[in-house]
Design a protein around this ligand. Structure first.
Ligand code: NAD
Ligand code: UDP
Length: 356
């Protein structure tokens, strides 16, 4: 019946997706389309390619995916887009995310992540858009006082990137408390990896990858000679760092659950998105070797400054609140990462903006 109503009205719910051309955003756009929503992508392509939007269309068969090249700090443009497309909600991915770079260039991070979010929220107020899902990070917790991290763990980020996520969380909480007609779902991601099983979209980092999984994948495909393992003297089962890896498709599905919760009830929430399982660097390397059939040569080097030894999520509240939990394993993550990396050894092809 709902399908007939939508058909008769001639359109599905439109959701503004700032950062929708990026890694997690593109996967979420696919899931939005699969559930009958229309994502309206806004991106300045500072860390993504418009080719990802073509791939979203290819995977879903949707030809009507609007994409606007804009910066979220342009408030007037955000108001215009929200009004023109009559967006009912926002799923906000746009921002910079490299921890090391944030230490070297903190003002870029405060500008893109904090000023950008402020601009977007101001635009939502002006346009009367009432719901926002925000990409936060487990980085907001800082050094673990207890593990697994629950949502009530103290917040003490240890780098400028984490501080910007914390600042936006505070801004959202204050905005919600002011009864401005906006409810918010703050999602604290753990370590997203993997790719869509089609191998058509995935993470395409600029330059040398900072993160483990894209680095491992580039070693497997021959772009890099070996993996540097940052430390093998941690107090963990094999001495290497432990993280809670989550398949990007599971993560994308959690965004739909969060969106639908915000559309259905006035409450706001903050929730961890992780599996609850910790894997070491060597666990990931072994699983990737199995999935790819390639050897991953490695060298043990010094710890990376600022790295925490081990952390993982308590995912209980996500299940209670959203009825969501991860269903894909480390093996699935490695298989799908390999499908993306082997099919696109140099990432997305260069496409001129406007060609899609
Ligand atoms: P990504 O870099 O692939 O995607 C971010 C997108 O935002 C890119 O397409 C980029 O071009 C765009 N963008 C950046 N600044 C913009 C601006 N001012 N205006 C318009 N567009 C802008 O990163 P991702 O991995 O998909 O991450 C998405 C979000 O999730 C980010 O906010 C990130 O901080 C957060 N997050 C990511 C991880 C992770 O490990 N990938 C973990 C926790 C949180
Ligand atoms: N890591 C590593 N070599 C690399 C990149 C990462 O050994 O080239 C380790 C890192 O020390 C950490 C784990 O892999 O223990 C995950 O690192 P990543 O940067 O992917 O995530 P984060 O540390 O931000 O959670």
């Amino acid at each position: 019946m709902a399908g007939i109503t939508n058909f008769m009205q001639g359109r599905s719910k439109r959701i503004l997706v700032p950062g929708g051309a990026g890694y997690i955003g593109s996967h979420t756009c696919v899931e939005l389309i699969n559930r009958g929503y229309t994502p309206v992508i806004v991106d300045n392509f500072v860390n993504s390619s418009i080719a990802s939007v073509d791939r979203i269309r290819q995977i879903t068969g949707a030809n009507d995916v609007p994409v606007i090249e804009a910066d979220i700090r342009d408030t007037a443009e955000m108001v215009r887009v929200l009004r023109e497309h009559e967006c009912e909600a926002v799923i906000h991915f746009a921002g910079l995310k490299a921890v090391g770079e944030s230490t070297a260039q903190p003002l870029d991070y405060y500008s893109n992540n904090v000023q950008g979010s402020l601009s977007l929220l101001e635009a939502m107020k002006q346009a009367g858009t009432g719901h926002i899902v925000f990409s936060s990070s487990a980085t907001v917790y800082g050094t673990p006082v207890s593990l697994p991290y629950t949502e009530s763990h103290p917040l003490a980020p240890t780098n400028p990137y984490g501080m910007t996520k914390y600042a936006v969380e505070l801004m959202l909480n204050d905005l919600v408390a002011s009864r401005a007609g906006i409810n918010a779902g703050i999602l604290r991601y753990f370590n997203p990896i993997g790719a869509h099983p089609s191998g058509l979209i995935g993470e395409d980092p600029n330059g040398v990858p900072n993160n483990l999984m894209p680095f491992v994948a580039q070693v497997a495909v021959g772009r890099r000679p070996h993996l540097n393992v940052f430390g093998n003297d941690y107090d963990t089962p094999d001495g290497t760092g432990v993280r809670d890896y989550i398949h990007v498709v599971d993560l994308a599905e959690a965004h739909i659950a969060a969106l639908e919760k915000l559309l259905a009830s006035p409450d706001s929430f903050t929730v961890n998105l992780g599996s609850g399982i910790g894997h070491s660097v060597l666990d990931v390397v072994k699983a990737f070797e199995q999935a790819s059939g390639r050897d991953i040569p490695l060298e043990f080097v010094d710890r990376r400054p600022g790295d925490l030894p081990a952390y993982w999520a308590d995912p209980t509240y996500a299940m209670e609140l959203l009825g969501w939990q991860t269903r894909l394993t480390l093996e699935d993550m490695c298989r799908d990462q390999w499908a993306w990396q082997s099919g696109n050894p140099n990432g997305y092809p260069d496409v001129k903006i406007g060609a899609a």
